[in-house]
Design a protein around this ligand. Sequence first.
Ligand SMILES: *Cc1c(COP(=O)(O)O)cnc(C)c1O
Length: 223
Amino acid sequence: MSDISTALGNIRSSLPEGVELVAVSKFHPAEALREAYDAGQRVFGESRINELCDKIAVLPDDIQWHFIGHLQTNKVRRLVGTRRIALIESIDSERLLQLIDDESAKAGIVSKVLLQVHVAREETKFGFLPEKLLDFFRRRAYETLKATHICGIMGMASNTDDNKRVAADFGMIADIKRQIEILCPDLRGFDILSMGMSHDYPLAVEAGSTHVRIGTAIFGERS
Ligand SMILES: *Cc1c(COP(=O)(O)O)cnc(C)c1O
């Protein structure tokens, strides 16, 4: 067995039933994804549009592609236009959400998205601040969307070895999702809590994550 299929097997067996594994394949060549595919993996996460399009062109059609990177507004049309994105996980502003909605309506598709919340300490990370996100739902701003389904939220913990801090961050993200559900009991299909990466996913799962996004632990270091 290859390293990739062994790693996938080990990670899958460590995940509770019902937790989805998103294999984050950014910066890795299509052959590496093919190995993971042959080991049964169907959900892949990519963060750059050019790289994603190159991989879509050469890999099987039953792959579910998740976009997990920071999305520039001038790339939205191209991303939506692929008609191949199962989930855009990294919506970090209302402006971006509106653009995705407009482009999806034009393309005649419904885009599934997650709103990214920013709780981690690092200043470089993107996402709605918790108050902004709650305000979005309090205003029921989602009701005007024509062609976008908000399926849940995505977040990252602080990048630190302090497990208490990481667990607290994941707890906060999970709590924000619960608060949204209380504010908007009419929301349908708001089920996804995407959190946890190679170095912290066990803590994310403990806090209630439904989708873990794991790259390095499957494919090795990115060059
Ligand atoms: C790169 C990336 C991951 C995967 O990180 P690893 O540490 O390689 O598991 C997960 N989520 C997002 C948003 C990423 O950009």
